[in-house]
Design a binder for this molecule. Structure first.
Ligand code: SF4
Ligand code: SF4
Ligand code: SF4
Length: 243
């Protein structure tokens, strides 16, 4: 685990940020760049939770990066989390019918409507890239890599899993969104709220272009104990990782 702690932010990355065979993206300095971004953002000096320029650890803004969907660094409970992702595609290269892709997919997200014609079931795919790595013919290949973004995870009295924003984002957009979220957190730090509740209570702090996407994501999520299928799936994946 890689960790950077600035006076007001904790940034954690899973082992894949250095070396892990499951990492979807080869080494990427995104954590260093996010850490530098965080350091440049000024923190208001008026807060009672700040003593000798140090914020109590439970009040640090938490950022967590995992480099595959196993999510070892638990981005789902961070204020701002990311998971590296590969979007795979089916190409024209001839399929040998070896079934390696089906065997490598833990999500049951590949089917063959007709022999030698794979199809990715997008609703099930977690963008781990395993199928493309195992495909000997290039019939399934990586189309694009990037990051899924999660916002507003928190523990405490009313724990909530983070809400996932739609789409896969490139690293520059991830850093820009981190900066916007962290600035809002600093601005509203005095409220004592976690980032999720800041957004829900003061949505006007978000740029207009982000308001709907953030609020739709946050309002669509439910508490950890809820039994919606999406939430159960997320919890199960996280637990599986710690067995
Ligand atoms: S989240 Fe994936 S890449 Fe990161 S340490 Fe866990 S298994 Fe490795
Ligand atoms: S990227 Fe991963 S989850 Fe998606 S189809 Fe391939 S193996 Fe399955
Ligand atoms: S791994 Fe590639 S070649 Fe083998 S069945 Fe899947 S798509 Fe076809």
């Amino acid at each position: 685990m890689k960790e950077y702690i600035s006076p007001h932010c904790r940034i954690q990355g899973c082992a894949g940020s250095e070396k892990c065979r499951n990492a979807v993206i080869d080494y990427d300095s995104i954590l260093e760049d996010i850490s530098l971004t965080a350091k440049k953002i000024e923190f208001p000096s008026y807060n009672s939770d700040v003593s000798e320029n140090k914020i109590l650890s439970h009040r640090l803004f938490s950022m967590s990066a995992s480099f595959c969907p196993n999510a070892c660094s638990r981005p789902q409970i961070a204020d701002f989390g990311i998971i590296a992702s590969s979007i795979v595609q089916v190409t024209d290269a001839g399929c040998t019918g070896c079934n390696a892709c089906i065997e490598s997919c833990r999500e049951d997200a590949i089917r063959f409507p007709t022999p030698a014609t794979p199809e990715i079931i997008r609703e099930k795919c977690l963008h781990c890239g395993s199928c493309s790595s195992s495909c000997p013919s290039g019939t399934i290949s990586v189309f694009k890599t990037g990051y899924r973004i999660f916002i507003g995870g928190m523990m405490g009295r009313h724990p909530m899993l983070a809400a996932e924003l739609p789409h896969i984002y490139d690293r520059d957009t991830v850093i820009e969104l981190f900066k916007i979220c962290f600035e809002i957190y600093n601005d509203l730090f005095y409220s004592g709220l976690r980032f999720r509740n800041m957004i829900l209570r003061y949505p006007e702090k978000l740029p207009i272009s982000l308001r709907e996407i953030f609020l739709t994501a946050l309002n669509g999520e439910s508490r950890i104990k809820s039994d919606t299928s999406k939430q159960q799936q997320t919890v199960t994946l996280s637990e599986e990782n710690y067995k």
